[in-house]
Write a protein that binds this ligand. Structure first.
Ligand code: GRF
Length: 211
């Protein structure tokens, strides 16, 4: 079982999608062992309680600086033997304290086709730009804002009648389908980072049938 922490600041619908996915795996080889949340009002907390995932609520303002904040999180991740981190609407840049420990084992989900529309309100940015296609990106986290090596992308059509709410809904539907699968594949090493490149492990059953 690969022990995963999900980091969330918001409603937690992607956290819940990951839980549902993990719950129906024929071979349960991942476990969502912790929800890390920096917002006491986040909907993700109630969802985690329903799914009986331990919640680690940690607020940035209780620490002198980002380093101390992340050291506190890191301690808990180590105590809980967390091997992989999935950011799911976590509204903070990951700093060197966490990144040094988890680089290549931490991924993020972003509601646009990166590198277009990084940062806040990617849905609003897409609507303002008037694009006809936007989408969803999953990427390994690096020190930048939504800049790490891209693992998967899926397009979403922007219709003339779309507003922020309807486009967000379409994007969320794609995220809920895509992200849990990628979390599973990355956490179990089927997809991995090697010298900054995203690599795919060939399944041994496939290889032997080809030999
Ligand atoms: C998602 O749209 C994700 O792409 C972005 O934050 C949102 C989180 O949504 N990073 P939720 O809290 O999982 O519903």
């Amino acid at each position: 079982m690969v022990r995963i922490a999900v980091f969330a600041s918001g409603t937690g619908s992607n956290y819940e999608a990951i839980m549902k996915y993990a719950d129906q795996l024929a071979v349960p080889d991942i476990q969502i062992s912790l929800l890390v949340c920096d917002q006491p009002q986040a909907g993700a907390i109630a969802k985690a309680q329903q799914w009986q995932t331990p919640v680690f609520l940690v607020q940035r303002r209780q620490f002198a600086d980002k380093k101390a904040f992340e050291q506190h999180i890191l301690l808990r991740l180590k105590e809980d033997k967390i091997e992989f981190i999935a950011l799911a609407g976590y509204m903070r840049l990951i700093g060197p304290t966490l990144l040094n420990e988890y680089y290549g084992r931490i991924i993020n989900l972003h509601p646009s086709l990166l590198p277009t529309f990084p940062g806040l309100d990617a849905v609003g940015q897409a609507l303002s730009a008037g694009v006809k296609v936007t989408g969803v990106t999953v990427h390994f986290v690096d020190a930048g804002m939504d800049t790490g090596p891209i693992i998967a992308q899926q397009a979403v059509t922007v219709d003339d009648c779309d507003d922020h709410e309807s486009l967000s809904r379409k994007i969320h539907a794609v995220e809920h389908d895509l992200y849990p699968r990628i979390v599973h594949q990355c956490a179990t090493g089927q997809i991995y980072l090697d010298q900054g490149r995203v690599c795919y492990r060939v399944l041994s059953s496939l290889r032997s049938s080809e030999e």
